[in-house]
Design a protein. Structure first.
Length: 488
């Protein structure tokens, strides 16, 4: 058994033996019995941006039926608003855009940046973001503060420099990054980098730190921002008596107290079923419709009317061309218009979620049972450090293995998001070698949900291919555990 005194030595060893590890994973696919015809055609989730999930049959039929019909976009805008208002109430509204990242862009520009016009130089604005997972989304629209975080996203993205992630930063906007109490920011991975490990987050103490940051930056405070996920691995495992994440609810209360908006990135969330914007008092919540929502490639913004009027105006769907309340014309962000297909598909997906929530809940429950069954068979040193939970917000099952590091020795290797983007995330690469399209797996956290060859067009889980995919995760963990010396 190989032993190491320090983390970096273990990851250096894994790097040197990468080819052997991947060859073992490829051989393991034969032992598991994954059929060749399924390889590359099934995945752990429909939520990976590089390989979108398959449309529900009803959504596909709605798109087909509308393809040769003349329908004004403003008519579809109104239908979308009606569906959302029927569920969340008349004080909420909605709009579609091309992607969730586009939704983030317009939301930060409209709600957080200082005004462009007026005499004199513009003031600076700052928004507060807890230091959590994939900060290059919700925390990247301002310049990081304090300066020690300025290279937090340095290696990410396929495009370097001004047109990479740095290019998203808005005019005179800063991001105040606040570490969470109880979190660990240890360095891990082949691209050795801090990994936010969030199972131990204390929401009460964290909210005090966030409030102190708001007081310090009060003269330039423009917004709060966070993720909308609901699971322990994302730091939101502590819930109140109503099942609401205490940290998210507290952020909403802070935003109201300081009279600034609370922007929630819930890309992998499910409207009507997942995190409820009313219960955490956020101003806008942003979704990727082609992820857990089982719809087409589009972004969705749901929020309070006060904020949504401004966002809709920026999108050109709330202007004077055809009346103040309803139009579909030109404005600053017409470039991210979702088009007729995005609107039609999003409306169809939302109606399914509204009327038949079991299309998300039942598969998640079934996957949870399968994950428990398959991981009961893994090496006890891995099994004993797992935290397996249901993530209703995403219709997923979360497997978190941070606690394999709870003793003084080394644990199951953790690969930060830097590895994910660099292509050196060994757990993900093992899964790929087995012929399974991977999921979002980094920072000691794995999400599993249906949607990529593991669900039929009516929303029924296909157990056999889903079980192959789960077995691939379990076996990959064991292969990497042995290669690292964590298990014999």
């Amino acid at each position: 058994m190989t032993t190491f005194r320090h983390r970096f030595q273990m990851y250096r060893h894994l790097e040197k033996n990468r080819n052997q590890i991947l060859a073992e994973a490829e051989a393991a696919a034969l032992e598991i019995g994954i059929p060749s015809e399924l390889k590359g055609n099934i995945g752990l989730t429909g939520a990976v941006s590089g390989c979108h999930g398959l449309l529900m049959g009803e959504v596909a039929r709605a798109l087909d039926a509308s393809s040769r019909k003349v329908i004004a976009n403003k008519v579809l805008d109104e239908e979308l608003r009606e569906v959302v208002k029927d569920y969340y109430g008349d004080e909420y509204d909605a709009a579609t855009v091309s992607t969730c990242e586009a939704a983030l862009w317009v939301s930060f520009d409209v709600l957080a940046t200082p005004p462009f016009t007026g005499r004199g130089e513009s003031y600076r604005s700052r928004y507060i973001a807890p230091y959590e997972r994939h900060m290059h989304h919700q925390a990247s629209y301002g310049r990081p503060f304090p300066g020690k975080y300025k290279d937090l996203y340095a290696d990410r993205g396929c495009t370097a420099g001004e047109l990479g992630f740095y290019g998203k930063r808005q005019y005179n906007l800063d991001t105040v990054i606040v570490p969470l109490e109880g979190a660990k920011y240890e360095c891990h991975g082949l691209k050795y980098h801090p990994a936010p490990l969030l199972v131990g987050v204390d929401p009460g103490k964290s909210l005090k730190r966030l409030e102190e940051a708001a007081r310090i930056h009060g003269d330039s405070l423009g917004a709060f921002a966070s993720l909308g996920y609901d699971s322990p691995g994302y730091g939101y495992g502590v819930k109140d008596k109503d099942g609401v994440a205490v940290l998210q609810k507290g952020l909403g209360e802070l935003a109201a107290r300081f009279n600034v908006p609370y922007i929630v990135d819930n890309a992998w969330g499910v409207p009507f079923i997942g995190t409820d914007p009313r219960r955490i008092n956020c101003d806008v919540m942003l979704y990727s419709v082609d992820k857990a929502t089982l719809g087409p490639t589009a972004g969705l913004i749901i929020g309070k009317e006060e904020a949504m009027v401004q966002i809709r105006r920026a999108l050109g769907i709330h202007g004077e061309r055809f009346g103040t309340g309803a139009s579909h014309g030109k404005a600053a962000y017409v470039t991210i218009d979702a088009g007729k297909e995005g609107l039609v598909g999003t409306i169809a997906a939302l109606k399914i979620l509204r009327d038949r929530p079991d299309v998300i809940v039942k598969p998640m429950e079934h996957i949870y049972d399968m994950v428990l069954e398959e991981f009961e068979k893994v090496d006890s040193r891995i099994k004993d450090g797992l935290l397996i939970s249901k993530a209703l917000n995403s219709g997923a099952v979360e497997i978190n293995y941070e606690k394999t590091w709870r003793h003084n020795g080394l644990g199951l290797p953790i690969f930060p998001i830097e590895d994910f983007y660099a292509g050196s995330e060994l757990l993900m690469n093992c899964i790929i070698k087995m012929g399974i399209v991977p999921t979002i797996s980094y920072d000691g956290n794995v999400f599993i949900s249906p949607g990529l060859g593991t669900m039929d067009e009516n929303g029924n889980l296909l157990e056999k291919p889903m079980r192959y995919a789960i077995k691939a995760v379990a076996r990959s963990m064991e292969i990497i555990g042995r290669a690292s010396g964590f298990i014999d």
